[in-house]
Ligand binder design. Structure first.
Ligand SMILES: *Cc1c(COP(=O)(O)O)cnc(C)c1O
Length: 441
């Protein structure tokens, strides 16, 4: 086979083709901003493809984003590479209908073992959004099987983000978010106010009462409450007290509503607990996992549910869950996911997350004083600087790259969630970049 790879100096040509043909996340066509061309990545560093000046003198950028929460072990990790390569030599894929295989079975068993007690059954799918679709379908079908056909709506709090396909869009924050355009077309769900901010704050009884009155008023039509536990990610990077999860757990029990926790961003240690539900010590009926499930190597998500939900569905009039993605249980992705979980749990990850948390607190503390900065908050390996205006994306990105760091701000937020393997010097560098982006963005 001739080498089909373009020489690295083809960066300019790649950019031209990219502009002509390639859609990027949340972008117009053609894009208005030039993406950076990345040739490879290793550890916590992204290597730029081209010496064209994109890196403003840097060949590599320290990754402050973990590729959107996913690359917790950094890039090109020997253990994950080995898991992928070994599985590649056996099979990269076989269908999951009528067939099964070791990586998927072992991964499902492992997820049951490490998630909150009571979650027993695992539906493997391709992406976070699809796992939310599956979660919603499970809950609606559960009630339908029990003859409660009126229970078809969802309740969530404002400020959330659950993905970009149809059902997830319907429970994203309806105002100012990326899916505002579709209000009026999406299923109309029930929205509570956003939870009061602050991880270390006591439960506000007035807000708990607000949740109670909404759930009580809609109990007959609610299939489930769905929320992101402890950290609301792409809806605004807000933190709340785990106490509200206990409030929701109690209210769902009292009023006969299922609870879905979307841990796609928070799962696998990011907030300082293995799962954010662990901060509250609760078990939801349904839990969604994704993003860092494969350590950022391949796309894979999982929807876990309790015995009660699985039994309800399987004893109904249509006793099957009619969902089965082509790449369900993909052997390559499940093999890497298993290796990623073993890698995480085989090290003292809580200490690493605490170390990064301390570094972010120290490095970002001064940002509160900057003009235009509204709030600075840190939880686990997540650091956020919120401005009092929308970020000038181009200027903020340029400022971060000048410091040798990759950041991807949005709305009024400059934020970072570095890989857990980021060293102290690199955490400090990321903080300098966040501060520079806040000053110039
Ligand atoms: C990213 C995200 C999703 C969507 O996952 P995709 O893999 O992008 O479809 C859903 N929920 C939360 C909380 C997320 O952070």
């Amino acid at each position: 086979m001739p080498d089909q790879l373009q020489p690295l100096s083809a960066g300019a040509e790649l950019l031209a083709l990219d502009r002509q043909h390639v859609w990027h996340p949340y972008g117009p066509m053609p894009g208005r901003q030039e993406p950076l061309v990345i040739a490879s990545a290793s550890g916590v560093r992204l290597r730029l493809a081209d010496p064209s000046g994109q890196g403003q003198g840097h060949d590599e950028l320290v990754d402050g984003m973990s590729s959107w929460w996913s690359a917790i072990h950094g890039y090109n990790h020997p253990v994950l590479n080995e898991a992928a390569t070994a599985q590649l030599g056996r099979m990269s894929h076989v269908m999951f209908g009528g067939l099964t295989h070791e990586p998927a079975v072992r991964l499902a068993a492992r997820l049951v073992e490490i998630t909150p007690p009571g979650l027993e059954h695992v539906f493997l799918c391709d992406s976070g959004s699809v796992s939310v679709e599956v979660a919603v379908k499970m809950c609606l079908q559960y009630w339908r099987s029990l003859g409660r056909t009126g229970k078809t709506r969802l309740l969530t709090w404002r400020g959330g983000y659950h993905g970009d396909t149809w059902q997830p869009m319907a429970v994203c924050d309806p105002e100012g978010g990326m899916h505002e355009l579709w209000q009026g077309h999406l299923p109309r769900q029930v929205f509570a106010d956003a939870p009061p901010g602050g991880f270390d704050t006591p439960v506000d009884p007035a807000y708990a009462e607000h949740l109670r009155s909404l759930i009580a008023a809609h109990a007959d039509e609610l299939a489930a409450v769905i929320v992101e536990p402890v950290v609301q990610g792409a809806g605004g990077m807000r933190f709340h007290s785990p106490g509200y999860l206990r409030v929701l757990r109690d209210l769902c029990d009292e009023y006969g509503v299922l609870l879905i926790l979307d841990e796609i961003a928070t799962g696998f240690g990011r907030t300082g607990a293995l799962f954010a539900a662990d901060h509250a010590g609760i078990t939801p009926e349904v839990m969604c996992l994704g993003k860092s499930l494969t350590g950022g190597y391949l796309t894979l998500a999982a929807t876990l549910c309790t015995e009660r939900v699985a039994d309800g569905i399987s004893q109904g009039e249509v006793p099957v869950l009619a969902h089965g993605p082509t790449f369900m249980g993909n052997p390559l992705a499940t093999a890497v996911a298993l290796a990623s979980i073993d890698l995480l749990l085989g090290q003292d990850w809580p200490t690493e997350v605490k170390r990064i948390e301390a570094g972010l607190r120290e490095g970002l503390a001064g940002a509160v004083q900057l003009p235009g900065v509204r709030d600075v908050r840190v939880l686990g390996a997540i650091g956020v600087v919120q401005l009092d205006h929308d970020v000038d994306m181009a200027a903020a990105t340029r400022a971060a790259v000048r410091e040798g760091v990759w950041l991807r701000p949005f709305r009024d937020l400059i934020y970072t969630m570095p890989p857990f393997v980021t060293g102290d010097d690199d955490v400090a560098r990321i903080c300098r970049a966040v501060v520079a982006a806040a000053q110039e963005g």
